[in-house]
Design a protein around this ligand. Sequence first.
Ligand SMILES: O=C(O)C(=O)/C=C/C=C/O
Length: 486
Amino acid sequence: MKDIKHYINGQYVGSASGKLFDNVNPVNGKVISKVHEAGREEVDAAVRAAKAALRGTWGKMPLDERTSILHKVADGINARFDEFLEAECLDTGKPKSMASHIDIPRGAANFKVFADMIKNVPTESFEMPTPDGTGALNYAVRRPKGVIGVISPWNLPLLLMTWKVGPALACGNTVVVKPSEETPTTTALLGEVMQDAGVPDGVFNVVHGFGGDSAGAFLTEHPLVDGFTFTGETGTGEVIMKAAARGIRDISLELGGKNAGLVFADCDMDKAIEGTMRSAFANCGQVCLGTERVYVERSIFDEFVGRLKEAAEGLKIGPPEDTEANMGPLVSLKHREKVLSYYQKALDGGATVVTGGGVPDMPEELAGGAWIQPTIWTGLPEHSAVITDEIFGPCVHLCPFDTEEEAIELANSLPYGLASAIWSENITRAHRVAGQIEAGIIWVNSWFLRDLRTPFGGSKQSGIGREGGVHSLEFYTEMKNICVKL
Ligand SMILES: O=C(O)C(=O)/C=C/C=C/O
């Protein structure tokens, strides 16, 4: 595959330094392509192009024209669906069955949803009395925040990048995107779609590279960027927040989680098993909203463990083109080392390994891939790192509880607060418990059902801000009040 270049001011350009890095296929460890690593020079050019575009045709473009172009971007992704699907699966190793139903469709939908939202959002006005009796009129208007730095993750590369770029552009901003070094291809390809849809040069820019002392850092340190939106680990979120503080730039952070599943004895066990299978093992466990710790009411604990074991052992591990596969590899050998270190910590901590715990035997041609077994543990103490740290792999610890209060306390016991899944057919209980869980996103008798109009984001150390529907306006626009003396 051809080298992946930066997309700056409507052109694909290489790095002045000539520095390249490998884009590796996690299915077999082979190099897919070489990727240009941006230096400060390329990041500066991208930011300045974005700044200039704000004052160009994009900044002056009527709303209807802007939203019509964003619909064309969505249509452009769908018109090249198979290319995006191939690219996403090459970069991530995820099953085509998943990427074709979630990653690519949502990658396109994110543009349409926000283009439609922005056209229907009112602002506010207030009439006020004045001492001279003639009064004054206040009205608020929204304006784009400016140049938005978008730093997007490797687990759902296209979906999570356009989850940010969609509203950013719908609100009239321009963007500089730094995709993960693990998964550059679909973001690079989007540049062609943007061009064909008529997005003016400089509105959408992409620079490739790493975090520290590379493109990510150069972007967050750049003084002309007006705000940053990031999805990824909490530690990286802290680094970005510190960089954004210089120059008082706004941030929108969706960070790590160690989400709890709560399974009550009055649940529909079939639903709870099916949902927990997805929340633990979907995308090889690489979903920030997944549940790596599940608390099960004691009276059904043994049955739940047995059924989840059976279901996990029924997962078909394989490469994207295997139509039977429902679990691919982890995103890289480096990430597999991290996940396996927790598999070891579980053993060292005396866990019972209900199933998995290691690396599956794969055919010779796949042996170099980042394959790993879906794993279920029981028996660890709550202070175990396996239960307190975000592992981001296909693994889940099951623990019994006796009372509703205990379940809520367990769920709320960590500094994270991103998501939770509650399984109970007692709707009064489900509402009562959901209201007490310290998380931004809570599913009841479901998981990863996504209405894009809803507020989406984490509490505590799982993030700052909410994106989704009108909530995205709080970050992607600046509201100003105009007061007119009558
Ligand atoms: O579904 C979404 O919009 C979303 O943001 C998913 C995030 C998953 C993170 O791993």
